[in-house]
Design a protein around this ligand. Structure first.
Ligand code: ADP
Ligand code: MG
Length: 588
Protein backbone atom coordinates (compact mmCIF):
# COMPACT_ATOMS: atom_id res chain seq x y z
CA UNK A 1 0.00 0.00 0.00
CA UNK A 2 1.26 3.47 -0.77
CA UNK A 3 2.52 5.42 2.20
CA UNK A 4 0.39 8.44 3.04
CA UNK A 5 2.01 11.37 1.34
CA UNK A 6 2.48 13.67 4.31
CA UNK A 7 3.02 11.12 7.05
CA UNK A 8 6.01 12.02 9.25
CA UNK A 9 9.11 10.08 8.17
CA UNK A 10 10.28 7.75 11.02
CA UNK A 11 14.00 7.49 11.77
CA UNK A 12 16.03 4.42 10.92
CA UNK A 13 17.16 2.50 14.00
CA UNK A 14 18.96 -0.81 14.41
CA UNK A 15 16.63 -3.50 15.81
CA UNK A 16 17.44 -4.88 19.25
CA UNK A 17 19.32 -8.20 19.03
CA UNK A 18 16.56 -10.23 20.66
CA UNK A 19 14.00 -8.86 18.23
CA UNK A 20 16.27 -9.77 15.33
CA UNK A 21 16.47 -13.30 16.68
CA UNK A 22 12.73 -13.42 17.17
CA UNK A 23 12.21 -12.35 13.59
CA UNK A 24 14.70 -14.94 12.40
CA UNK A 25 13.01 -17.51 14.63
CA UNK A 26 9.98 -17.25 12.36
CA UNK A 27 12.00 -18.97 9.68
CA UNK A 28 14.24 -21.23 11.72
CA UNK A 29 12.01 -22.43 14.52
CA UNK A 30 8.54 -22.71 13.15
CA UNK A 31 7.51 -25.56 15.45
CA UNK A 32 9.00 -28.14 17.83
CA UNK A 33 10.13 -30.25 14.89
CA UNK A 34 12.28 -27.42 13.56
CA UNK A 35 13.86 -26.99 16.99
CA UNK A 36 14.57 -30.71 17.04
CA UNK A 37 16.07 -30.53 13.57
CA UNK A 38 18.50 -27.79 14.59
CA UNK A 39 19.52 -29.59 17.78
CA UNK A 40 20.08 -32.88 15.94
CA UNK A 41 22.19 -31.10 13.36
CA UNK A 42 24.34 -29.62 16.10
CA UNK A 43 24.81 -33.04 17.71
CA UNK A 44 25.79 -34.63 14.40
CA UNK A 45 28.12 -31.75 13.59
CA UNK A 46 29.74 -32.36 17.00
CA UNK A 47 30.59 -35.90 15.88
CA UNK A 48 28.18 -37.66 18.21
CA UNK A 49 27.95 -41.45 18.11
CA UNK A 50 24.89 -41.64 20.30
CA UNK A 51 22.00 -39.18 20.26
CA UNK A 52 18.97 -39.29 22.58
CA UNK A 53 15.85 -37.26 22.04
CA UNK A 54 13.20 -36.75 24.71
CA UNK A 55 9.98 -34.94 23.86
CA UNK A 56 7.16 -33.90 26.14
CA UNK A 57 3.70 -33.07 24.78
CA UNK A 58 4.66 -33.30 21.15
CA UNK A 59 7.74 -31.19 21.85
CA UNK A 60 5.71 -28.10 22.70
CA UNK A 61 6.43 -28.53 26.42
CA UNK A 62 9.96 -29.85 25.94
CA UNK A 63 12.49 -30.88 23.32
CA UNK A 64 15.68 -32.28 24.81
CA UNK A 65 18.61 -33.65 22.86
CA UNK A 66 21.62 -35.29 24.49
CA UNK A 67 24.73 -36.29 22.61
CA UNK A 68 28.21 -37.66 23.28
CA UNK A 69 29.89 -35.30 20.83
CA UNK A 70 32.86 -32.99 21.25
CA UNK A 71 31.08 -30.63 23.63
CA UNK A 72 31.63 -26.88 23.97
CA UNK A 73 34.61 -25.32 25.66
CA UNK A 74 33.65 -23.46 28.84
CA UNK A 75 35.20 -20.30 27.43
CA UNK A 76 33.01 -20.53 24.31
CA UNK A 77 29.83 -21.17 26.21
CA UNK A 78 28.73 -17.52 26.57
CA UNK A 79 28.76 -17.25 22.77
CA UNK A 80 26.58 -20.29 22.16
CA UNK A 81 23.37 -18.26 22.33
CA UNK A 82 24.82 -15.25 20.55
CA UNK A 83 23.46 -14.46 17.14
CA UNK A 84 25.76 -15.16 14.20
CA UNK A 85 28.26 -16.95 16.39
CA UNK A 86 29.50 -20.27 15.04
CA UNK A 87 32.49 -22.55 15.31
CA UNK A 88 31.85 -24.01 11.86
CA UNK A 89 32.92 -21.40 9.36
CA UNK A 90 35.12 -18.33 9.50
CA UNK A 91 35.24 -17.08 5.92
CA UNK A 92 33.41 -16.98 2.63
CA UNK A 93 35.67 -19.74 1.33
CA UNK A 94 34.63 -21.88 4.30
CA UNK A 95 30.97 -21.18 3.52
CA UNK A 96 31.38 -22.19 -0.09
CA UNK A 97 32.98 -25.48 0.87
CA UNK A 98 30.86 -26.12 3.95
CA UNK A 99 30.42 -29.76 4.98
CA UNK A 100 28.80 -29.27 8.36
CA UNK A 101 25.03 -29.21 8.69
CA UNK A 102 25.03 -25.88 10.50
CA UNK A 103 26.97 -22.75 9.60
CA UNK A 104 24.68 -19.76 10.08
CA UNK A 105 25.20 -19.49 13.83
CA UNK A 106 21.63 -18.47 14.46
CA UNK A 107 19.73 -21.58 15.55
CA UNK A 108 20.47 -21.48 19.27
CA UNK A 109 20.01 -17.70 19.37
CA UNK A 110 16.66 -18.00 17.60
CA UNK A 111 15.50 -20.81 19.84
CA UNK A 112 16.62 -18.97 22.97
CA UNK A 113 14.59 -15.93 21.90
CA UNK A 114 11.29 -17.82 21.87
CA UNK A 115 11.71 -20.47 24.58
CA UNK A 116 13.44 -21.32 27.85
CA UNK A 117 16.70 -23.01 26.98
CA UNK A 118 19.33 -24.74 29.05
CA UNK A 119 22.55 -25.92 27.48
CA UNK A 120 24.82 -28.22 29.45
CA UNK A 121 28.10 -29.28 27.94
CA UNK A 122 31.41 -30.82 28.73
CA UNK A 123 34.22 -30.77 26.24
CA UNK A 124 36.98 -33.33 25.91
CA UNK A 125 39.32 -33.26 28.84
CA UNK A 126 37.37 -30.62 30.78
CA UNK A 127 37.30 -31.13 34.54
CA UNK A 128 33.58 -30.51 34.75
CA UNK A 129 30.57 -29.54 32.75
CA UNK A 130 28.96 -26.12 32.59
CA UNK A 131 25.39 -25.13 32.15
CA UNK A 132 23.93 -22.00 30.67
CA UNK A 133 20.29 -20.95 30.67
CA UNK A 134 18.45 -18.36 28.66
CA UNK A 135 14.87 -17.26 28.69
CA UNK A 136 13.35 -15.19 25.95
CA UNK A 137 16.80 -14.16 24.78
CA UNK A 138 18.22 -13.06 28.18
CA UNK A 139 20.93 -15.48 29.29
CA UNK A 140 22.34 -16.06 32.76
CA UNK A 141 26.02 -16.65 33.55
CA UNK A 142 27.35 -20.18 33.14
CA UNK A 143 27.41 -22.41 36.22
CA UNK A 144 29.17 -25.71 36.94
CA UNK A 145 27.03 -28.77 36.29
CA UNK A 146 27.22 -32.53 35.91
CA UNK A 147 27.39 -34.06 32.45
CA UNK A 148 29.47 -36.67 30.66
CA UNK A 149 31.47 -35.63 27.60
CA UNK A 150 28.98 -34.15 25.19
CA UNK A 151 26.07 -31.77 25.24
CA UNK A 152 22.45 -31.60 26.32
CA UNK A 153 20.18 -28.88 25.07
CA UNK A 154 16.76 -28.58 26.64
CA UNK A 155 14.15 -26.34 25.10
CA UNK A 156 11.06 -25.74 27.24
CA UNK A 157 7.73 -24.02 26.64
CA UNK A 158 8.04 -23.08 23.04
CA UNK A 159 6.67 -19.62 22.30
CA UNK A 160 5.91 -18.94 25.96
CA UNK A 161 6.69 -15.29 25.23
CA UNK A 162 5.07 -15.03 21.79
CA UNK A 163 1.51 -16.31 22.26
CA UNK A 164 0.51 -15.21 18.76
CA UNK A 165 2.93 -17.77 17.34
CA UNK A 166 2.01 -20.38 19.86
CA UNK A 167 -1.49 -20.38 18.43
CA UNK A 168 -0.12 -21.80 15.20
CA UNK A 169 1.07 -24.95 16.89
CA UNK A 170 -1.15 -27.97 16.36
CA UNK A 171 -2.14 -30.82 18.61
CA UNK A 172 0.55 -32.74 20.48
CA UNK A 173 -0.02 -35.66 18.12
CA UNK A 174 0.56 -33.54 15.02
CA UNK A 175 3.67 -31.89 16.44
CA UNK A 176 4.97 -35.28 17.52
CA UNK A 177 4.44 -36.62 14.00
CA UNK A 178 6.51 -33.77 12.59
CA UNK A 179 9.22 -34.46 15.16
CA UNK A 180 9.23 -38.11 14.17
CA UNK A 181 9.76 -37.13 10.55
CA UNK A 182 12.77 -35.07 11.53
CA UNK A 183 14.07 -37.90 13.68
CA UNK A 184 13.73 -40.41 10.84
CA UNK A 185 15.63 -38.17 8.44
CA UNK A 186 18.48 -37.76 10.91
CA UNK A 187 18.56 -41.51 11.55
CA UNK A 188 18.72 -42.22 7.83
CA UNK A 189 21.46 -39.68 7.27
CA UNK A 190 23.83 -41.32 9.79
CA UNK A 191 23.38 -45.07 10.03
CA UNK A 192 26.57 -45.33 12.09
CA UNK A 193 25.03 -43.23 14.89
CA UNK A 194 22.75 -44.64 17.59
CA UNK A 195 19.46 -42.79 18.01
CA UNK A 196 16.77 -43.00 20.66
CA UNK A 197 13.45 -41.17 20.68
CA UNK A 198 11.26 -40.83 23.78
CA UNK A 199 7.91 -39.19 24.04
CA UNK A 200 6.37 -38.47 27.44
CA UNK A 201 8.98 -40.80 28.98
CA UNK A 202 8.13 -43.70 26.70
CA UNK A 203 10.67 -45.00 24.16
CA UNK A 204 9.16 -44.57 20.71
CA UNK A 205 12.14 -45.58 18.60
CA UNK A 206 15.58 -46.96 19.21
CA UNK A 207 18.15 -47.49 16.50
CA UNK A 208 21.51 -49.09 17.01
CA UNK A 209 24.44 -48.33 14.70
CA UNK A 210 23.94 -50.27 11.47
CA UNK A 211 24.82 -50.68 7.83
CA UNK A 212 22.91 -48.33 5.56
CA UNK A 213 20.68 -51.10 4.25
CA UNK A 214 19.65 -52.11 7.76
CA UNK A 215 19.02 -48.53 8.83
CA UNK A 216 16.95 -47.93 5.70
CA UNK A 217 14.95 -51.02 6.61
CA UNK A 218 14.53 -49.79 10.18
CA UNK A 219 13.21 -46.44 9.01
CA UNK A 220 11.23 -47.36 5.90
CA UNK A 221 9.96 -50.69 7.08
CA UNK A 222 10.49 -54.35 6.33
CA UNK A 223 8.19 -54.41 3.32
CA UNK A 224 10.24 -51.72 1.65
CA UNK A 225 13.50 -53.40 2.58
CA UNK A 226 12.40 -56.77 1.21
CA UNK A 227 12.17 -55.51 -2.35
CA UNK A 228 14.32 -52.36 -2.42
CA UNK A 229 16.93 -52.07 -5.13
CA UNK A 230 20.36 -50.65 -4.49
CA UNK A 231 21.51 -47.55 -6.33
CA UNK A 232 25.22 -47.06 -6.67
CA UNK A 233 26.79 -44.84 -9.28
CA UNK A 234 29.94 -42.78 -9.09
CA UNK A 235 31.55 -40.54 -11.66
CA UNK A 236 32.25 -36.98 -12.63
CA UNK A 237 32.63 -35.76 -9.07
CA UNK A 238 29.25 -37.10 -8.13
CA UNK A 239 28.05 -40.20 -6.42
CA UNK A 240 24.59 -41.57 -5.84
CA UNK A 241 23.99 -44.24 -3.26
CA UNK A 242 20.91 -45.61 -1.64
CA UNK A 243 17.84 -47.68 -2.19
CA UNK A 244 14.93 -47.35 -4.54
CA UNK A 245 11.72 -48.99 -3.47
CA UNK A 246 10.27 -51.47 -5.88
CA UNK A 247 7.09 -50.28 -7.59
CA UNK A 248 5.07 -52.61 -5.33
CA UNK A 249 6.34 -50.63 -2.35
CA UNK A 250 4.87 -47.40 -3.71
CA UNK A 251 2.53 -45.46 -1.47
CA UNK A 252 -0.41 -43.13 -1.60
CA UNK A 253 1.68 -40.18 -0.41
CA UNK A 254 5.20 -38.83 -0.74
CA UNK A 255 6.06 -39.46 2.89
CA UNK A 256 8.60 -42.17 2.14
CA UNK A 257 10.75 -40.12 -0.21
CA UNK A 258 14.08 -39.19 1.30
CA UNK A 259 16.85 -37.39 -0.54
CA UNK A 260 20.11 -36.31 1.03
CA UNK A 261 22.91 -34.15 -0.30
CA UNK A 262 26.22 -34.52 1.51
CA UNK A 263 24.43 -35.99 4.51
CA UNK A 264 21.80 -33.26 4.65
CA UNK A 265 18.14 -34.08 4.15
CA UNK A 266 16.87 -31.85 1.38
CA UNK A 267 13.67 -31.25 -0.50
CA UNK A 268 14.85 -30.57 -3.96
CA UNK A 269 12.91 -30.28 -7.19
CA UNK A 270 15.76 -31.47 -9.36
CA UNK A 271 16.20 -34.68 -7.40
CA UNK A 272 12.49 -35.30 -6.96
CA UNK A 273 11.92 -34.79 -10.64
CA UNK A 274 14.77 -37.07 -11.69
CA UNK A 275 13.44 -39.83 -9.47
CA UNK A 276 9.85 -39.36 -10.56
CA UNK A 277 10.97 -39.61 -14.17
CA UNK A 278 12.89 -42.77 -13.42
CA UNK A 279 9.78 -44.41 -11.99
CA UNK A 280 7.53 -43.10 -14.71
CA UNK A 281 7.65 -46.28 -16.75
CA UNK A 282 7.03 -48.69 -13.93
CA UNK A 283 4.59 -46.67 -11.93
CA UNK A 284 1.96 -44.13 -12.60
CA UNK A 285 -1.38 -42.91 -11.56
CA UNK A 286 -1.39 -41.55 -8.05
CA UNK A 287 1.17 -43.90 -6.51
CA UNK A 288 4.33 -42.36 -5.09
CA UNK A 289 7.55 -44.30 -5.03
CA UNK A 290 9.48 -44.79 -1.80
CA UNK A 291 13.22 -44.23 -1.75
CA UNK A 292 16.21 -43.15 0.26
CA UNK A 293 18.81 -41.61 -2.01
CA UNK A 294 22.12 -40.11 -0.94
CA UNK A 295 24.04 -37.74 -3.18
CA UNK A 296 27.68 -36.93 -2.49
CA UNK A 297 28.95 -33.95 -4.39
CA UNK A 298 31.77 -31.45 -4.11
CA UNK A 299 30.32 -28.87 -1.69
CA UNK A 300 31.49 -26.13 -4.02
CA UNK A 301 29.08 -27.46 -6.66
CA UNK A 302 26.05 -26.98 -4.45
CA UNK A 303 24.71 -23.99 -2.53
CA UNK A 304 23.08 -24.93 0.76
CA UNK A 305 22.57 -21.37 1.88
CA UNK A 306 19.32 -20.86 -0.01
CA UNK A 307 16.95 -20.70 2.94
CA UNK A 308 17.50 -20.38 6.71
CA UNK A 309 16.04 -23.84 7.26
CA UNK A 310 18.68 -25.27 4.87
CA UNK A 311 16.40 -27.95 3.42
CA UNK A 312 16.69 -26.48 -0.04
CA UNK A 313 19.79 -26.56 -2.17
CA UNK A 314 20.85 -25.16 -5.49
CA UNK A 315 23.07 -27.26 -7.71
CA UNK A 316 25.50 -25.39 -9.87
CA UNK A 317 24.90 -27.86 -12.70
CA UNK A 318 21.41 -29.09 -12.04
CA UNK A 319 21.06 -30.72 -15.44
CA UNK A 320 24.06 -32.93 -14.82
CA UNK A 321 22.75 -33.90 -11.39
CA UNK A 322 19.32 -34.64 -12.84
CA UNK A 323 20.75 -36.87 -15.55
CA UNK A 324 23.03 -38.68 -13.18
CA UNK A 325 20.37 -39.44 -10.62
CA UNK A 326 17.81 -40.33 -13.26
CA UNK A 327 20.13 -42.84 -14.91
CA UNK A 328 21.22 -44.35 -11.63
CA UNK A 329 17.60 -44.90 -10.65
CA UNK A 330 16.51 -46.19 -14.04
CA UNK A 331 19.36 -48.65 -13.93
CA UNK A 332 18.30 -49.84 -10.51
CA UNK A 333 14.71 -50.25 -11.61
CA UNK A 334 15.15 -51.60 -15.10
CA UNK A 335 16.33 -55.08 -14.23
CA UNK A 336 15.08 -56.95 -17.28
CA UNK A 337 13.86 -60.47 -17.19
CA UNK A 338 17.12 -61.49 -18.84
CA UNK A 339 18.95 -60.20 -15.79
CA UNK A 340 16.52 -62.06 -13.62
CA UNK A 341 16.76 -61.70 -9.84
CA UNK A 342 17.45 -65.41 -9.60
CA UNK A 343 19.98 -66.49 -12.20
CA UNK A 344 19.55 -69.82 -13.90
CA UNK A 345 20.92 -72.59 -11.75
CA UNK A 346 23.63 -75.03 -12.75
CA UNK A 347 22.27 -78.24 -14.31
CA UNK A 348 23.29 -80.19 -11.19
CA UNK A 349 20.45 -78.56 -9.33
CA UNK A 350 18.14 -80.56 -11.52
CA UNK A 351 19.25 -83.96 -10.26
CA UNK A 352 16.23 -85.93 -9.26
CA UNK A 353 14.04 -83.74 -11.40
CA UNK A 354 14.33 -85.26 -14.82
CA UNK A 355 13.13 -82.87 -17.41
CA UNK A 356 10.74 -84.72 -19.62
CA UNK A 357 9.88 -83.17 -22.92
CA UNK A 358 6.23 -82.43 -23.08
CA UNK A 359 4.16 -82.32 -26.18
CA UNK A 360 2.90 -78.87 -27.00
CA UNK A 361 -0.67 -80.02 -26.66
CA UNK A 362 -0.12 -80.28 -22.95
CA UNK A 363 -1.36 -76.72 -22.68
CA UNK A 364 -4.65 -76.76 -20.88
CA UNK A 365 -7.75 -75.32 -22.45
CA UNK A 366 -5.98 -75.11 -25.73
CA UNK A 367 -7.56 -73.12 -28.48
CA UNK A 368 -6.27 -71.77 -31.72
CA UNK A 369 -5.59 -68.07 -31.43
CA UNK A 370 -7.81 -65.90 -33.54
CA UNK A 371 -5.97 -64.60 -36.56
CA UNK A 372 -6.20 -61.06 -35.26
CA UNK A 373 -4.40 -61.96 -32.08
CA UNK A 374 -1.66 -59.59 -32.97
CA UNK A 375 1.47 -59.43 -34.99
CA UNK A 376 3.63 -60.00 -31.97
CA UNK A 377 2.80 -63.54 -31.12
CA UNK A 378 2.43 -64.62 -34.72
CA UNK A 379 5.81 -63.23 -35.67
CA UNK A 380 7.51 -64.86 -32.75
CA UNK A 381 5.85 -68.21 -33.21
CA UNK A 382 8.27 -71.02 -32.64
CA UNK A 383 9.30 -73.14 -35.57
CA UNK A 384 9.06 -76.50 -33.77
CA UNK A 385 6.64 -76.22 -30.87
CA UNK A 386 6.47 -79.98 -30.22
CA UNK A 387 9.89 -79.93 -28.60
CA UNK A 388 8.38 -78.70 -25.39
CA UNK A 389 10.53 -77.55 -22.47
CA UNK A 390 14.24 -77.46 -23.02
CA UNK A 391 17.16 -76.59 -20.84
CA UNK A 392 18.72 -73.88 -22.88
CA UNK A 393 18.77 -71.50 -19.93
CA UNK A 394 21.23 -69.02 -21.36
CA UNK A 395 18.95 -68.40 -24.31
CA UNK A 396 15.74 -68.49 -22.33
CA UNK A 397 16.09 -67.30 -18.74
CA UNK A 398 12.35 -67.44 -18.22
CA UNK A 399 12.26 -71.01 -19.45
CA UNK A 400 9.66 -72.79 -21.51
CA UNK A 401 5.94 -72.91 -21.07
CA UNK A 402 4.34 -76.02 -19.61
CA UNK A 403 0.75 -74.97 -19.26
CA UNK A 404 -1.72 -72.21 -18.69
CA UNK A 405 -3.42 -72.07 -15.32
CA UNK A 406 -7.05 -70.96 -15.13
CA UNK A 407 -6.61 -68.75 -18.14
CA UNK A 408 -4.54 -66.34 -16.07
CA UNK A 409 -1.06 -67.67 -15.39
CA UNK A 410 1.59 -69.28 -17.51
CA UNK A 411 3.57 -72.03 -15.83
CA UNK A 412 7.03 -72.37 -17.25
CA UNK A 413 10.10 -74.37 -16.40
CA UNK A 414 13.65 -73.08 -16.37
CA UNK A 415 16.88 -74.49 -14.95
CA UNK A 416 16.13 -72.91 -11.61
CA UNK A 417 12.70 -74.38 -11.21
CA UNK A 418 9.23 -73.03 -11.83
CA UNK A 419 8.40 -69.67 -13.38
CA UNK A 420 4.92 -68.21 -12.91
CA UNK A 421 3.86 -65.43 -15.25
CA UNK A 422 0.81 -63.20 -15.04
CA UNK A 423 0.12 -63.28 -18.72
CA UNK A 424 -2.00 -60.16 -18.98
CA UNK A 425 0.39 -58.06 -16.91
CA UNK A 426 3.40 -59.29 -18.86
CA UNK A 427 1.83 -58.77 -22.23
CA UNK A 428 0.63 -55.34 -21.22
CA UNK A 429 4.19 -54.39 -20.40
CA UNK A 430 5.42 -55.60 -23.75
CA UNK A 431 2.71 -53.82 -25.71
CA UNK A 432 3.39 -50.67 -23.75
CA UNK A 433 7.11 -50.67 -24.47
CA UNK A 434 6.47 -51.33 -28.14
CA UNK A 435 3.90 -48.59 -28.42
CA UNK A 436 6.29 -46.26 -26.76
CA UNK A 437 9.13 -47.13 -29.09
CA UNK A 438 6.94 -46.75 -32.15
CA UNK A 439 5.52 -43.43 -31.01
CA UNK A 440 8.98 -42.14 -30.13
CA UNK A 441 10.07 -42.78 -33.70
CA UNK A 442 6.71 -41.64 -35.13
CA UNK A 443 6.24 -45.04 -36.70
CA UNK A 444 2.97 -46.21 -35.29
CA UNK A 445 1.76 -48.77 -37.72
CA UNK A 446 -1.95 -48.64 -38.28
CA UNK A 447 -4.33 -51.42 -39.12
CA UNK A 448 -7.41 -50.53 -41.09
CA UNK A 449 -10.49 -52.45 -40.05
CA UNK A 450 -12.31 -54.20 -42.88
CA UNK A 451 -15.54 -53.50 -41.10
CA UNK A 452 -15.45 -50.33 -38.98
CA UNK A 453 -16.58 -50.82 -35.41
CA UNK A 454 -19.36 -48.40 -34.56
CA UNK A 455 -20.47 -47.61 -31.09
CA UNK A 456 -22.87 -45.32 -29.27
CA UNK A 457 -21.05 -42.29 -27.91
CA UNK A 458 -22.02 -39.28 -25.88
CA UNK A 459 -21.70 -35.76 -27.16
CA UNK A 460 -18.39 -35.22 -25.35
CA UNK A 461 -16.78 -38.24 -26.96
CA UNK A 462 -18.02 -37.20 -30.39
CA UNK A 463 -16.69 -33.69 -29.89
CA UNK A 464 -13.33 -34.99 -28.64
CA UNK A 465 -12.98 -37.28 -31.64
CA UNK A 466 -13.75 -34.44 -34.03
CA UNK A 467 -11.57 -31.88 -32.33
CA UNK A 468 -8.57 -34.13 -31.88
CA UNK A 469 -8.63 -36.15 -35.05
CA UNK A 470 -5.02 -35.26 -35.69
CA UNK A 471 -3.80 -36.40 -32.29
CA UNK A 472 -5.73 -39.63 -32.74
CA UNK A 473 -4.16 -40.04 -36.13
CA UNK A 474 -0.68 -39.65 -34.68
CA UNK A 475 -1.53 -42.39 -32.23
CA UNK A 476 -2.62 -44.68 -35.05
CA UNK A 477 -6.38 -44.25 -34.74
CA UNK A 478 -9.05 -43.27 -37.17
CA UNK A 479 -12.17 -42.56 -35.14
CA UNK A 480 -14.89 -40.60 -36.94
CA UNK A 481 -18.38 -39.44 -36.01
CA UNK A 482 -21.10 -41.09 -38.02
CA UNK A 483 -23.95 -39.34 -36.25
CA UNK A 484 -24.28 -36.95 -33.31
CA UNK A 485 -24.46 -39.98 -31.02
CA UNK A 486 -22.24 -42.56 -32.69
CA UNK A 487 -18.58 -43.02 -33.54
CA UNK A 488 -16.86 -45.44 -35.87
CA UNK A 489 -13.40 -46.86 -35.34
CA UNK A 490 -11.98 -47.33 -38.84
CA UNK A 491 -8.38 -47.99 -37.91
CA UNK A 492 -6.27 -48.64 -34.84
CA UNK A 493 -2.62 -49.23 -34.02
CA UNK A 494 -1.65 -52.69 -35.30
CA UNK A 495 -0.19 -53.55 -31.92
CA UNK A 496 -3.65 -53.17 -30.44
CA UNK A 497 -5.52 -55.06 -33.12
CA UNK A 498 -6.87 -57.68 -30.72
CA UNK A 499 -8.42 -55.06 -28.45
CA UNK A 500 -12.12 -54.40 -28.17
CA UNK A 501 -12.12 -51.41 -30.51
CA UNK A 502 -15.06 -49.60 -28.92
CA UNK A 503 -13.75 -49.93 -25.36
CA UNK A 504 -10.29 -48.90 -26.45
CA UNK A 505 -11.62 -45.86 -28.33
CA UNK A 506 -13.66 -44.75 -25.35
CA UNK A 507 -10.67 -45.07 -23.03
CA UNK A 508 -8.40 -43.13 -25.36
CA UNK A 509 -10.94 -40.35 -25.83
CA UNK A 510 -11.36 -40.11 -22.08
CA UNK A 511 -7.59 -39.80 -21.58
CA UNK A 512 -7.33 -37.14 -24.25
CA UNK A 513 -10.07 -35.19 -22.58
CA UNK A 514 -8.66 -35.63 -19.13
CA UNK A 515 -5.01 -34.88 -19.81
CA UNK A 516 -5.39 -32.56 -22.80
CA UNK A 517 -4.63 -33.32 -26.42
CA UNK A 518 -1.18 -31.79 -26.44
CA UNK A 519 -0.15 -33.37 -23.16
CA UNK A 520 -1.11 -36.92 -24.07
CA UNK A 521 1.64 -36.72 -26.65
CA UNK A 522 4.11 -35.16 -24.26
CA UNK A 523 4.20 -35.41 -20.49
CA UNK A 524 1.07 -37.54 -20.26
CA UNK A 525 2.06 -39.83 -23.07
CA UNK A 526 2.98 -42.70 -20.81
CA UNK A 527 -0.36 -42.63 -19.06
CA UNK A 528 -2.15 -42.79 -22.38
CA UNK A 529 0.09 -45.57 -23.66
CA UNK A 530 -0.61 -47.50 -20.50
CA UNK A 531 -4.33 -47.18 -21.09
CA UNK A 532 -3.87 -48.37 -24.63
CA UNK A 533 -1.61 -51.24 -23.66
CA UNK A 534 -4.06 -52.41 -21.05
CA UNK A 535 -6.75 -52.68 -23.67
CA UNK A 536 -4.44 -54.22 -26.24
CA UNK A 537 -2.95 -56.84 -23.97
CA UNK A 538 -4.17 -60.38 -23.96
CA UNK A 539 -7.07 -60.73 -21.56
CA UNK A 540 -7.32 -63.21 -18.78
CA UNK A 541 -9.24 -66.32 -19.82
CA UNK A 542 -7.85 -66.19 -23.31
CA UNK A 543 -6.45 -69.65 -23.89
CA UNK A 544 -2.93 -69.54 -25.30
CA UNK A 545 -1.10 -72.29 -27.12
CA UNK A 546 2.30 -73.37 -25.88
CA UNK A 547 4.05 -71.65 -28.79
CA UNK A 548 2.16 -68.46 -28.01
CA UNK A 549 3.16 -68.69 -24.38
CA UNK A 550 6.78 -69.30 -25.30
CA UNK A 551 6.67 -66.35 -27.65
CA UNK A 552 5.42 -64.23 -24.78
CA UNK A 553 8.26 -65.43 -22.54
CA UNK A 554 10.82 -64.58 -25.21
CA UNK A 555 9.29 -61.13 -25.66
CA UNK A 556 9.48 -60.55 -21.93
CA UNK A 557 13.17 -61.37 -21.92
CA UNK A 558 13.71 -58.87 -24.68
CA UNK A 559 11.68 -56.13 -23.03
CA UNK A 560 13.12 -53.68 -20.60
CA UNK A 561 11.41 -53.40 -17.26
CA UNK A 562 9.32 -56.44 -18.02
CA UNK A 563 9.49 -57.37 -14.35
CA UNK A 564 6.59 -55.02 -13.72
CA UNK A 565 3.40 -54.24 -15.52
CA UNK A 566 2.55 -50.59 -16.07
CA UNK A 567 0.71 -50.49 -12.79
CA UNK A 568 3.77 -51.57 -10.89
CA UNK A 569 2.57 -55.07 -10.17
CA UNK A 570 5.09 -57.84 -10.71
CA UNK A 571 4.67 -59.76 -13.96
CA UNK A 572 6.42 -62.95 -12.98
CA UNK A 573 7.85 -64.96 -10.13
CA UNK A 574 10.59 -67.51 -9.93
CA UNK A 575 10.10 -70.45 -7.58
CA UNK A 576 13.31 -72.39 -7.32
CA UNK A 577 13.40 -76.11 -6.73
CA UNK A 578 14.76 -75.27 -3.30
CA UNK A 579 11.68 -73.12 -2.66
CA UNK A 580 9.47 -75.98 -3.74
CA UNK A 581 11.43 -78.44 -1.62
CA UNK A 582 10.89 -76.19 1.35
CA UNK A 583 7.21 -76.02 0.59
CA UNK A 584 7.00 -79.80 0.71
CA UNK A 585 9.43 -80.13 3.62
CA UNK A 586 11.59 -82.21 1.37
CA UNK A 587 15.20 -82.41 2.59
CA UNK A 588 17.74 -82.72 -0.16
P1 ADP B 1 25.57 -23.30 13.90
O1 ADP B 1 25.22 -24.73 14.07
O2 ADP B 1 25.06 -22.73 12.65
O3 ADP B 1 27.02 -23.03 14.10
P2 ADP B 1 24.01 -22.91 16.29
O4 ADP B 1 23.33 -21.72 16.81
O5 ADP B 1 23.18 -24.08 15.97
O6 ADP B 1 24.82 -22.44 15.01
O7 ADP B 1 25.13 -23.34 17.30
C1 ADP B 1 26.10 -22.39 17.69
C2 ADP B 1 27.40 -23.06 18.10
O8 ADP B 1 27.21 -23.77 19.30
C3 ADP B 1 27.89 -24.08 17.12
O9 ADP B 1 28.67 -23.49 16.10
C4 ADP B 1 28.71 -25.00 18.01
O10 ADP B 1 30.00 -24.52 18.16
C5 ADP B 1 28.01 -24.93 19.33
N1 ADP B 1 27.13 -26.09 19.56
C6 ADP B 1 25.79 -26.10 19.51
N2 ADP B 1 25.29 -27.32 19.80
C7 ADP B 1 26.36 -28.11 20.05
C8 ADP B 1 26.53 -29.51 20.39
N3 ADP B 1 25.46 -30.32 20.55
N4 ADP B 1 27.77 -29.97 20.57
C9 ADP B 1 28.85 -29.15 20.41
N5 ADP B 1 28.75 -27.83 20.09
C10 ADP B 1 27.52 -27.32 19.91
MG1 MG C 1 23.30 -25.42 14.32
Amino acid sequence: MARERFAPMPHIRPLPDVLVSQIAAGEVVERPASVLKELLENSLDAGAGDVSVALVEGGIKRVRVTDDGCGIDASDLPLAFARHATSKIASLQDLEAVRSLGFRGEALASIASVARVTLTSRSDGAASAFALSAEGGASQPARPAAHARGTTVEVDDMYFNTPARRKFLRSDATELAHCQDVFRRAALSRPEVAFTLRHNERVVARMTPAELSARVGAVLGGEFAASMRPLAETGGGLSVLGYAGSPDAARGSRDAQFTFVNGRFVRDKVLAHALRDAYRDVLHGDRHPAYAVFIEIDPRAVDVNVHPAKTEVRFRDSRAVHQFVFHAAVKALAATAAAAPTPAAAPVALSGYAVRPRPAQAALGLAQAPAAYGAMLAAAREPSPAEGPRQDDAAAPLGYALAQLHGVYILAQNGEGLVLVDMHAAHERIVYEKLKASLDTSQVSTQKLLVPVTFAADALDVATAEEHAETLHKLGFDIAPISPTALAVRALPSLLAPANAAELARAVLRDIREYGASRVLTERQNELLATMACHGAVRANRALTVPEMNALLREMEATERSGQCNHGRPTWYQMSLADLDKLFLRGR
